[in-house]
Design a protein around this ligand. Structure first.
Ligand code: FAD
Length: 460
């Protein structure tokens, strides 16, 4: 094992906290409500809170603990983008992109407002995101991105090698693109716990350790079957992300892909000073396979991403989270990026499933004659977009014809993944092709060009 990993524990840093609330009891017996929400990640928590604020009688059923899924185990990059970045949005919804950017900024502002009003201690730091180039061809990519960003009203500043290293010092940096607004880092677990508290304060009922095993029509509504009980609801929102879905159509559009994260011990003052990083921006590098990294509130470095792993037949299980070779690769890449930190130890390592879809951003649908709506498929950028996903899902489940439900983003569907065993083969071929493109100056081979032409791809 790589030296720095030897003492690490398989544990989610954010969830390993004294701020974790006690578990709420599972649903037992029969309950009724107007709106059932399945899944207590950000999507489900926002759907519950927003519906409860509007006076609805809401019940949230969470199979584990609220925030135990992707929402409590991510990098905590809270971005305004609803489309997994401007470039992806521009390529798919060019006529709508400016409205999507406005809606994304309004969504970001509404999250900030909720965090303040509800006094959620989410370690909100709004100093932006720096995308760094570490290979020569990525410098030109950043220049193109800067131009596009500015043309669409973003506050994006291009940094040359010295300027980016004056912000954060890594010998690997060749340039940077600092998106100074509409991007924050947060403690995602505390954000989730704060939303859970807010939902309870608004009168929502929340049951934890309550996996929903089946969902079916009943009379004018639906019934949700759980291990010890049954919930009758007029309508239901599914916010189950990468988990095995309760309705079939989700299975075609999303696949669970594991993303891996390391967290170091707290940096001592000398090491901290060497890095600079005074503004504590989030950082991501620019390859097809990219790392994302940031400081935690207690001055550790969270370092994640790069190698995303899909397991045959949508495999998801706790045992799949401890993928040694991927953690070792991450640790080696960390050492290359910050050689000044030689000898630093990692204390936490973990993985989480991302609900990857071929268009890389949230996807909506309805089921059971419109009594059920879902919002899934955020891929790797759902911390902010999940509130928008919840808003749209609430409109869809109530059959509202709103500006949101008329968006092309909401009405269109991604290209589905093929069934197994082709699914596995396609994902592996695409991962290999992306790695190859990174090694070859960014040049995309025939397989990626074909996917680009049909509007499909693989990302995290
Ligand atoms: C390692 C990692 C790093 C990431 N980094 C970032 C980042 O920095 N920025 C960003 O924007 N995005 C990031 N993401 C993505 C982001 O975390 C997700 O898009 C977002 O949290 C999705 O929220 P969700 O509520 O839809 O899903 P989840 O948080 O996964 O919630 C789904 C919930 O549903 C529950 N559930 C599932 N099935 C059932 C059932 N049948 N019955 C009851 N409950 C059920 C699960 O237990 C789970 O709690 C990352 C993801 C991962 C895994």
């Amino acid at each position: 094992m790589v030296a720095g990993l030897a003492d690490s524990e398989l544990k989610v840093f954010w969830l390993d906290s004294p701020a974790a609330p006690d578990a709420l009891p599972p649903l037992a017996g029969e309950e009724r409500c107007e709106l059932a929400v399945v899944g207590g990640g950000f999507t489900g928590l926002w759907a519950t809170l927003l519906a409860a604020e509007r006076g609805a009688d809401v019940v949230l059923l969470e199979g584990d603990r609220c925030g135990a899924g992707a929402s409590g185990r991510n990098g905590g990059f809270l971005e305004a983008s609803l489309t997994h970045g401007l470039e992806n949005g521009l390529s798919r919804w060019p006529d709508e992109i400016d409205r999507l950017l406005e809606l994304g900024r309004a969504n970001f502002a509404a999250i900030r407002e909720t965090v303040e009003r509800r006094e959620i201690d989410a370690a909100w730091n709004e100093r932006g995101l720096i995308q760094v180039a570490t290979r020569p061809h990525e410098v030109a990519w950043l220049e193109e991105s800067a131009e596009a960003a500015r043309a669409h009203g973003e506050d994006a500043v291009l940094l040359d090698r010295d300027e980016v290293r004056a912000e954060v010092d890594s010998p690997t940096y060749l340039a940077g693109l600092w998106q100074r607004r509409w991007s924050a880092t947060v403690d995602p677990a505390r954000l989730g716990w704060g939303l859970r508290r807010a939902a309870l304060e608004e009168g929502a009922r929340v049951f934890e350790h309550t996996p929903v095993r089946a969902l079916r029509r009943a009379g004018d509504g639906v019934v949700l079957e759980t291990a010890q009980g049954r919930l009758h609801a007029d309508r239901a929102v599914l916010a189950t992300n990468a988990y095995p879905p309760l309705v079939r159509s989700i299975r075609r559009y999303t696949i669970p892909v594991y993303d891996h994260v390391l967290v170091t011990e707290p940096l001592d003052p000398e090491r901290r000073a060497v890095l600079r990083w005074e503004r504590r921006q989030g950082i991501a590098d620019s390859g097809n396979r990219f790392h994302y990294y940031r400081l935690t509130p207690d001055d550790r470095i969270l370092w994640g991403g790069y190698e995303a792993i899909y397991h045959f037949r949508n495999g998801m299980a706790p045992a799949l989270e401890d993928h040694g070779p991927t953690f070792e690769l991450l640790a080696r890449n960390f050492a290359e990026t910050f050689p000044q930190l030689e000898g630093i130890r990692f204390t936490h390592r973990w993985a989480g499933a991302i609900d990857t879809c071929s268009r890389f951003c949230v996807t909506f649908g309805r089921a059971l004659d419109g009594r059920v709506a879902y919002a899934v498929g955020y891929t790797g950028l759902g911390v902010g977009a999940s509130r928008f996903g919840a808003l749209v899902a609430l409109d869809l489940v109530h059959g509202r014809d709103s500006e949101l439900t008329r968006l092309g983003l909401v009405r269109s569907r991604p290209i589905p993944f093929p069934p197994e065993p082709l699914r596995y083969a396609v994902v592996q071929a695409t991962r290999r092709a992306l790695a190859r493109a990174d090694r070859r100056g960014g040049r995309r081979g025939p397989w990626l060009r074909l996917l680009d032409r049909v509007g499909a791809g693989f990302d995290t």
